[in-house]
Design a protein around this ligand. Structure first.
Ligand code: BGC
Length: 761
């Protein structure tokens, strides 16, 4: 855990440049706008430790799979989000010395992410090797008002000299991915041009042929007036275009570079029109200018915060944590494009391929349901509907048939990309999360029409998969599920993972109920769906049999569900038995030792109890929590939030608060020692759930919102807003009162601490 960032309600602040923390800060201070994102890399060259990252939504490359031993069924490639052309570059050379913070004495370094307005600022004083000292202040943002514009204000003031300087302002598509499997470069040049004041490069991805056109224009002011240059040279190299400007720097006089970038993707433009479109965007950006662009951008942020801010009184670290999580989620996915999804690292790093995981359905969906218009969550479901055919093909590759669908563990376009056998073939519970998301969406929004429109197709495919994946055991006289990996990836190839068995039979029942519901309400549509899916009602006979005869491992003596058949054969230790030097075990222990241990990476049985809470009485929840939590190392970022929610139900207030801090400040304090690879974007939605579903005790039962809130001792009060069925409600909770306000929409009955309350305006 590293606590080098200052606590502040609205800002993330780093003071002093510690090169060891630079990659962590590059992740934490990332900015984006749902269409693109940018790590907090320096504009000027930096020869120290850095992970360069500019990302354009939906643009990926199928990197050929690399494994030691090929297994049939592995995907041929891993689709990776690409490090896209660099639009931020401004190279500064003063008297032939490059401004490079790894080679200068750096003072007063400060990096600030102002989350209220979505602005990244950086300032420092640097002394060059020959003693010349400059002050630099930079600001930049990815416009939320115009998804294709990025803007930078970069100001240089010579503090103790006047001298000749060279500025290279450029766009560069000659970039690499750190996670490239074969050290291959993924971009090829299609077009480039440069003239005084501007440069444009179009690059295309190999194999997938996405085009990205990146253009820039700039304006330079000196002492408030248009700067005069000695010379401007146009610079064109392979995949690179820029201007090299020679000018004089005058002691004490500020030189300001405004750099405007346009980043366009062929996902949104015809390839042959992209350069012209880029010119237009650049004209728009330069005409408006930095301040007006920033104002429009800030207005969008103000509106977003109105919708989804959570305020916490009396605990700045907690307040900063939740805002940071909401900020990152909001700039990762705006929900206006159903082709896009939410990668575990969003736009903050390459890890996990930037692609879609079960995280979206299991963790992110509730956040977007609660904080955005219905359509945003709906788009996330439609995304999976679009991939149904691919999920059927994916199941086919593993030997399933007759329309059985296995959604991928990792995907960009619906095809499986993951290639660790114990996950690709065995972590099949992901299918259940996709079915559960349909239920969760309808339960929350009341949009029953979704079932007939898209939902049933997906449910049928998934249920068919479960039906084929489950085996009859004559020994147990029960149905069993062999060779799986549950959410706890620290056990592989186990039999009867309780969570997977539970979500499988739940899906079968939900599909049966949904089929009946659509048949009753929309007979004609039912016929169309069943015909299109080649569905025969007789299929449900086996589904019903599986539901009634499924094996769920349990330990009657302890009153707990068992994570899998063999769990009790393990030596049942507690995390508190581990020595500090053993942790995190995934970095310190051999995989063999981890697999044989009882230690749990993330909520597994508890994940199931969280999803199906209404099935269990409080004593059952308590026994399972008390049994599993002490063995859980939380080495997945997705783990603590589930524990906040269950600990809240059980009245374990202190534990709930500890887990809350862990999830909300996971990246700010680098709890898991891996933030340098990127932020844990999908688990951030879990942080939101921790407040709303955990402390706020929010559930939806029979179409009604229920709240059972409490206030952690460390807080005076907290408040959140929820979008719910065309209403916006605000809940403010303090130690001795709960205020419920209907901000918009028609009257709504909710349930507070078990009692009905009518909300009216
Ligand atoms: C977790 C998975 C998760 C993935 C991406 C892994 O560490 O165990 O549950 O889907 O990260 O966030």
């Amino acid at each position: 855990m590293k606590e080098y960032l200052k606590h502040h309600e609205w800002q993330i602040i780093e003071e002093g440049l510690d090169p060891h923390y630079n990659k962590i800060s590059e992740s934490v201070f990332s900015i984006g706008n749902g269409h693109m994102g940018q790590r907090a890399n320096f504009e000027e060259d930096y020869s120290g430790e850095t992970l360069r990252g500019s990302y354009v939504a939906g643009v990926y490359y199928p990197d050929k799979t690399r494994v030691g031993w090929w297994k049939n069924g592995y995907p041929e490639y891993f689709a990776k989000v690409l490090n896209a052309p660099n639009w931020i570059g401004i190279r500064v050379t003063i008297d032939n010395q490059k401004l490079d913070l790894a080679k200068c004495k750096v003072e007063d370094f400060k990096r600030v992410l102002d989350m209220k307005v979505g602005l990244l600022s950086r300032s420092f004083a640097a002394t060059l090797p020959d003693g010349k000292k400059v002050r630099v202040e930079s600001k930049r943002f990815c416009s939320m008002a115009h998804g294709e514009i990025g803007a930078i204000r970069y100001a240089i003031t010579p503090l103790n000299f006047s001298a000749k300087a060279t500025l290279s302002i450029y766009v560069d598509a000659d970039v690499v991915n750190k996670d490239s499997n074969y050290d291959e470069k993924f971009w090829e040049e299609v077009y480039k041009e440069a003239a005084e004041g501007k440069a444009i490069v179009t690059a295309q991805t190999k194999k997938t042929f996405f085009h990205v056109t990146t253009g820039m224009k700039y304006v330079i002011l000196q002492d408030g007036k248009k700067a005069s240059f000695d010379r401007v040279n146009v610079e064109l190299r392979e995949k690179y275009a820029g201007n090299v400007i020679q000018l004089d720097l005058h002691e004490g006089k500020e030189l300001v570079i405004y750099k405007y970038a346009a980043i366009l993707s062929s996902e949104n433009h015809a390839k042959d029109k992209m350069v012209a479109a880029c010119e237009q965007v650049l004209t728009e950006a330069t005409t408006k200018g930095f301040d007006a662009l920033l104002e429009a951008h800030s207005k969008v942020w103000a509106h977003k915060w109105d919708e989804c801010d959570i305020t916490i009184e009396g605990d700045i670290a907690a307040q900063q944590g939740i805002r940071f999580n909401i900020f990152q989620l909001t700039q990762t996915y705006t929900g206006d494009d159903e082709r896009l999804n939410i990668g575990p690292k969003g736009f903050t790093g390459e890890k996990y391929g930037g692609s879609t995981y079960w995280d979206t359905e299991a963790y992110c969906l509730p956040f977007y349901l609660g904080t955005a218009e219905q359509n945003v969550a709906r788009n996330l479901l439609v995304y999976r509907h679009k991939h149904l055919q691919r999920a059927i093909e994916n199941a086919g590759k593993l030997g399933f048939n007759k329309g059985a669908a296995l959604y991928p563990m990792v995907t960009m376009n619906g095809e499986e990309c993951h290639n660790e056998w114990e996950i690709t073939f065995e972590e099949i519970h992901r299918n259940g999360a996709i079915a559960f998301a349909i239920f969760d969406y309808i339960r929350y929004t009341g949009d029953e029409a979704y079932l007939a429109e898209f939902g049933l197709d997906v449910l049928i495919g998934i249920s068919r998969f479960w039906s084929q994946r489950i085996t009859w055991s004559s020994d147990k006289n029960k149905f069993v599920m062999l060779g799986v990996t549950g959410p706890n990836e620290y056990e592989n190839n186990v039999n009867n993972n309780w969570y997977t068995n539970t979500i499988a039979t739940w899906t079968l029942q939900y599909t049966i109920d949904s089929l009946e519901q659509v048949k009753k309400a929309q007979g004609e549509r039912y016929t169309v769906i069943t015909k299109a899916n080649n569905f025969d009602e007789a299929e449900t006979t086996r589904w019903k049999e599986i539901i009634s005869k499924m094996h769920y491992p349990a330990d009657e003596k302890r009153g707990v569900f068992l994570q899998q058949d063999g769990f009790l054969d393990k030596e049942l230790l507690r995390v508190s038995d581990l020595k500090p030097e053993d942790r995190p075990i995934n970095q310190k222990w051999s995989w063999d030792r981890i697999l044989r241990s009882c230690f749990i990476k993330q909520a597994d049985v508890l994940q199931g109890i969280f999803l199906f809470e209404e099935r269990y009485d409080i004593e059952t929840i308590r026994k399972n929590f008390d049994f599993y939590e002490p063995m859980t190392v939380h080495e997945s970022s997705l783990s603590p939030c589930v524990h906040v929610i269950l600990a809240s139900r059980l009245g374990y207030k202190e534990r709930a608060y500890e887990f809350y801090l862990r999830t909300s400040r996971l990246d700010l304090d680098d709890y898991n020692n891996d933030t340098e690879d990127g932020c844990h974007i999908t688990s951030m939605a879990g942080t939101w759930m921790s407040v709303v579903k955990g402390f706020g005790g929010m559930t939806v039962k029979d179409g009604m919102l229920h709240f059972n809130p409490f206030t952690p001792d460390q807080w005076k009060s907290y408040s959140f807003r929820l979008e719910f069925r065309e209403r916006v409600i605000k809940i403010k909770i303090s130690k001795d009162s709960v205020e419920t306000i209907l901000e918009s929409g028609s009257p709504l009955e909710i349930c507070l601490h078990g009692k009905p309350v009518m909300l009216k305006r």
